[in-house]
Design a protein. Structure first.
Length: 423
């Protein structure tokens, strides 16, 4: 379930406040999944033409259409503005105000000066996690880096720590929404890191650790993928791991968010990001991998391709694996040989789009202490809390959806509490 396309111009001056998304074009997610196949798929070319017509129509009608998460945030911001919500930007919260053991407001900033904001019904915290706080990462998720995260820059965890200062219990702080990525030149400072999920799930590509050994199903869950990489790194060096692929891949599929033209491949190679070799042995030398080990790994995988069965990790047996692959590639959408040079490798990191742990809440979204008692007047939702789904991340939207739901639950409880009613 995704948002309809949204016209940013409907927000007026507020459109400048909306953070860019990963899909900056008027295309649905279904259409966007087809676009990388434009070189060899007629349906993808038709979709690209359709999207181009939308762009032209938008310029004529003065609309700026966006999709996916940016569209969702646009619709919600528009609804909030129309409802008359007082939205204050550049007003960071430094403290929760507690009076008579109950949270009664926050200390923030107005015109550069401290400003107290009272809250008669209570305070609801929905301030994100701590993906961009390296100190907290080192404490709770060691071995990960803010440099790999695609979370919003403000995802810095200070409100989780402020709630902890007032006795809030925490849980699942070692969990995050893993999202493997590859840091191509220039992407280090981009809003969105180039994702690698579709890259290694495509035919003619595998993932190996720094010793040249394949150790996972390269398709499927991005959360499981990143967990697997970190677990492997406890045994042998695997962060980053290497995506190994050949010229069959570069002729058909996107790499680091772009079609890999000969000029781009050359530029990336000169920058040191892309490794290249005319043979597997030559590629191994560039990556520092034992050539015999890498050759054996590639040969074993090619044998599985010939049998159309991945005996080691069962890649391609799940519908999700096949969906990530190439529907025009037969007999398998995701299994393809690595045999035509030049051969290539790029580093893949266990990135994320946010953390997934925080304060513990009850069925009314009230923040709890370690002994299970309620901190009066304090509510929390989103990834500022320990996920209601525990250590499982069912799929895209599993943090946004619950954020909406538990925000509603919290507001409903606060209103009933104020009126002296039972929820």
């Amino acid at each position: 379930m995704v948002a309809e396309l949204f016209d940013l111009n409907q927000l007026g001056p507020w459109k400048a406040k909306l953070r860019p998304g990963f899909l900056m074009m008027p295309a649905t997610l279904e259409e966007a999944m087809l676009m990388p196949r434009i070189r060899f798929m007629g349906r993808a070319r038709r979709v690209m033409f359709k999207v181009a017509l939308r762009v032209i129509a938008g310029s004529v009608t003065r609309k700026r259409l966006v999709a996916a998460g940016m569209a969702l945030q646009g619709w919600m911001l528009q609804a909030s503005l129309r409802a008359g919500v007082d939205i204050r930007t550049d007003a960071p919260v430094s403290e929760l105000i507690v009076e008579n053991q109950e949270v009664k407001g926050v200390l923030t900033v107005k015109d550069g000066k401290p400003w107290r904001v009272g809250a008669r019904l209570g305070v609801l915290v929905n301030a994100g996690g701590f993906a961009h706080n390296q100190r907290m990462r080192d404490q709770y998720i060691p071995g990960t880096s803010t440099a790999w995260s695609g979370a919003a820059p403000g995802d810095t965890g200070e409100m989780i720590e402020e709630m902890m200062r007032h006795g809030a219990a925490i849980a699942q702080m070692d969990e995050r929404v893993g999202n493997q990525n590859t840091l191509s030149p220039g992407s280090e400072t981009a809003f969105i890191r180039p994702g690698a999920q579709g890259m290694t799930a495509a035919p003619h590509a595998i993932l190996v650790d720094q010793g040249g050994v394949r150790y996972m199903n390269e398709g499927g869950s991005y959360v499981a993928y990143c967990k697997g990489m970190l677990e492997r790194n406890k045994v042998v060096p695997a962060v980053p791991s290497w995506m190994i692929f050949d010229s069959q891949y570069t002729r058909r599929y996107m790499l680091a968010g772009a079609m890999p033209s000969r000029k781009k491949l050359q530029r990336w190679h000169e920058a040191g990001y892309l490794k290249r070799g005319d043979s597997i042995a030559a590629l191994a030398a560039e990556t520092g991998i034992d050539p015999q080990v890498l050759a054996a790994t590639v040969a074993r995988f090619n044998g599985f391709v010939a049998q159309n069965h991945d005996a080691d990790f069962h890649r391609g047996e799940r519908a999700y694996d096949r969906w990530l692959g190439d529907p025009t590639h037969r007999p398998s959408e995701t299994l393809g040989t690595i045999e035509k040079g030049p051969f290539y490798a790029v580093p893949v990191y266990p990135g994320d789009v946010g953390t997934y742990g925080g304060v513990v809440t009850d069925e009314h979204a009230r923040v709890l202490r370690e002994d299970g008692s309620v901190i009066p007047g304090l509510y929390a939702t989103g990834v500022s809390t320990a996920s209601v789904m525990g250590r499982v991340y069912p799929g895209a939207g599993s943090s946004v959806g619950p954020s909406f739901v538990w925000g509603y639950v919290a507001a409903k409880h606060a209103l009933h509490r104020c009126a002296g009613l039972t929820v």
